[in-house]
Design a binder for this molecule. Structure first.
Ligand code: KIV
Ligand code: ZN
Length: 386
């Protein structure tokens, strides 16, 4: 069977930018949008135009300076929001309005003080209104993760009739388990009339650390778009991380899917977003963390030096990292020491290595990590020339 494409919908500049203290200005957003285009994302959610004049302006300017991906603007299911989003998107070559409404019992009862029937009507009206401005309308059922499947299916069917081209099924609170979220997508695939004519999109939050697993589970059950952010940034514990899902799809042929991401650009764009937002990437973050390709225990180092694949499932070059790191600590063995010494010009005999190793351990117990400068010092003490 041919591989199925999974579209990458990047929402770094919208859901990602909702992180406290991480506000970007318009030139910074344009810079990131242009790098997202180079990265190969299919859709850029550029902002929430009605939220502020700055956000409106950013969507306008991104629409002018990015041509390949679809440019998407968020709106609530409110006429004025939709009109402002349409206005902001008027320069986009391929505009999309993303509109919708909360569908879970708590959204209906507490946020809207409404009823399921009225919410359904509002969702349909929002899509119909957006269709007056653009062809491509994505509908979100906010908190779909905690929405009853039968009711969700009814809403999906009605918004498809109203012209929605994409159905976003957000796990807004990051509550679903992967099998449950996957089953929700399958339920919609099996029970919504007209579903074959639209794209189901997975939008997962990471409150329980399951955003990536849930998005992949959705893909395994028929979703054809994943909404995600660089470094997994986003509200609270964040969104699905783009680098994780794109690499999972690449590394697992069994999924039988592909995406258009140029993985070699993942690390550079991770650094760019981290710098511009002033938000550090945790060192052990998959794919883009500073330790993602660093080996520090003796057993692992020995294995990697003999054959990289012993402890690495991804070639670092594939994600834009120059090479794996052999970090010298008190847990390192002789193989790692010989390897690092060789890289700075010392070819140690077995006897020399024995001598130097004791000096190295003494140093490592004090300094935690032994650097190249420390190694030169140690060689000097052992009277070994490079
Ligand atoms: O998490 C969510 O439900 C959202 C919607 C507004 C799409 O971000
Ligand atoms: Zn979200």
């Amino acid at each position: 069977m041919d591989k199925r494409q999974v579209l990458i919908f990047d929402t770094t500049l919208r859901d990602g930018e909702q992180v406290p203290g991480c506000k970007l200005n318009t030139p910074q957003k344009i810079e990131i949008a242009q790098q997202l285009e180079k990265l190969g994302v299919d859709v850029i959610e550029a902002g929430f135009p009605i939220s502020s004049p700055g956000d409106f302006n950013s969507v306008v300017e991104i629409s002018k300076s990015v041509s390949e991906p679809i440019i998407c603007g968020l709106s609530r299911g409110v006429k004025k929001d939709i009109e402002v989003a349409a206005e902001a998107l008027k320069y986009a070559k391929r505009p999309r309005i993303h509109t919708g409404i909360g569908t879970s019992p708590s959204h209906i009862k507490y946020k809207f003080k409404s009823t399921p029937e009225l919410i359904l009507e509002r969702g349909v009206e929002a899509v119909k209104h957006a269709k007056r401005f653009v062809e491509d309308v994505e509908f979100y059922a906010e908190d779909a993760g905690r929405t009853d499947n039968e009711y969700l299916a009814r809403i999906c069917e009605e918004v498809i009739k109203a012209g929605a081209t994409v159905l976003n099924i957000p796990d807004t609170t990051g509550y679903c388990l992967p099998d449950e979220y996957g089953a929700k997508i399958k339920y919609l695939m099996d029970n919504v009339r007209g579903i074959e004519n639209v794209i189901i999109s997975a939008h997962c939050h990471n409150d329980l650390g399951l955003a990536t697993a849930n998005a992949i589970s959705a893909v395994m059950n028929g979703a054809r778009q994943i909404e995600c952010t660089i470094n997994g940034i986003g509200e609270r514990a964040g969104n699905t991380s783009l680098e994780e899902v794109s690499m999972i799809m690449k590394q697992h042929p069994r999924l039988n899917v592909y995406n258009n991401i140029n993985s070699k650009l993942l690390n550079p764009i991770s650094k760019l977003v981290s710098e511009r937002m002033g938000m550090l990437v945790q060192p052990n973050k998959a794919i883009v963390g500073s330790n993602a390709f660093a080996h520090s225990s003796g057993i692992h180092q020995d294995g990697v030096i003999k054959n990289r694949e012993t402890y690495e499932i991804i070639d670092p070059a594939d994600v834009g990292v120059t090479e794996s790191m052999i970090v010298l600590t008190a847990r390192s063995g002789r193989a790692a020491l010989a390897f690092r010494a060789h890289r700075i010009g010392y070819n140690l005999t077995k006897l020399q290595l024995d001598d130097v190793y004791q000096l190295f351990l003494e140093k490592a117990d004090v300094t935690k990590e032994v650097t190249d400068d420390d190694l030169h010092e140690i060689m000097k003490l052992a009277k070994i020339a490079g």
